[in-house]
Design a protein around this ligand. Structure first.
Ligand SMILES: C[S@@+](CC[C@H](N)C(=O)[O-])C[C@H]1O[C@@H](n2cnc3c(N)ncnc32)[C@H](O)[C@@H]1O
Length: 262
């Protein structure tokens, strides 16, 4: 189980150690979840326009880059993992650039400049970045006044690693979602790496109110929220009624967009 997290520690670079595993799962174009759900949802909230400058924070191998570049916007991805950035540079070309940098110290990442992006995104990265406040402060620093911030994460109310899961109610023939902990922020070990499994990547669970409070503290006003159910794992015809109901009632992702208003 994870530790309580109210962390002031600088974030680790554990994703570099699992870069090959992550690339095997997601590739530079993103996993099935990315392609079918996450990228379309985030792109519709971010609404990149031709000529705009878009910053993708915690970009990994740049799964969001093609969707942004296709709309004629200028894409910059930053990530702490040099291996994922090297892969992104090899894979994505034309109208895109990738930088190694720490999202919690964005103003130290050359050649980024204050007030220089029209919109910023966290695609499945905000839950892996700590501290949260520094990540939003960085986004606020990078955005022009009125700039847009869009983020998409696994739903913090229903998909808490190690603290939530599916159960089966025999009497009512229904699949339920069980939540063991929610309000306490947690620092949760995830993917193990190293010969003796000496380290793990971390995921940071925070209740929804922590996201709203950190956005507000950094001058953002939330404008829209979307809760996105998972796609069926196989053919929709092969899905039982109970599984379909549970899938449709308990969203996999939460996405939101906010405007920098001060
Ligand atoms: C689940 S991956 C998502 C990557 C990519 N956005 C995607 O959807 O494929 C989380 C990413 O967050 C990055 N990350 C975690 N902490 C970071 C930090 N402090 N600064 C920059 N990137 C960070 C990791 O290196 C990793 O690439």
């Amino acid at each position: 189980m994870g530790r309580n997290s109210n962390s002031k520690r600088p974030s680790s670079n554990s994703w570099d150690a699992v870069a090959n595993w992550y690339l095997g799962w997601s590739g530079a174009e993103g996993s099935r979840h990315h392609r079918e759900l996450a990228i379309p949802a985030l792109t519709s909230l971010l609404a990149p326009r031709s000529g705009e400058r878009i910053l993708d924070i915690g970009c990994g191998a740049g799964a969001l880059a093609p969707a942004v570049a296709r709309l004629g916007a200028h894409y910059t991805g930053i990530d702490k993992s040099p291996k994922l950035i090297a892969h992104a540079r090899r894979h994505h070309k034309g109208g895109v650039r990738f930088l190694v940098g720490d999202a919690t110290r964005l103003s130290a990442v050359a050649p980024l400049a204050v007030n220089s992006f029209d919109a910023a995104a966290f695609l499945l990265s905000i839950q892996d970045i700590d501290p949260l406040d520094a990540a939003f402060a960085g986004a606020a620093w990078a955005l022009v006044p009125g700039g847009r911030l869009a983020l998409l994460m696994t739903h913090p109310c229903f998909r808490i690693p190690r603290q939530s899961g599916w159960g089966w109610d025999e009497a009512r023939s229904l699949q339920y979602r069980r939540i063991d902990r929610y309000l306490t922020p947690l620092d949760i070990p995830m993917q193990e790496y190293g010969k003796a499994k000496r380290g793990t990547t971390r995921s940071y669970h925070r209740p929804l109110e922590a996201y709203a409070a950190a956005l507000n503290a950094n001058g953002f006003a939330i404008e829209a929220i979307r809760e996105i159910p998972a796609a069926p794992s196989g053919s929709p015809e092969g899905e039982t009624r109970a599984k379909r109901l549970a899938r449709q009632e308990f969203p996999l992702f939460l996405a939101l967009c906010a405007a920098k208003c001060r």
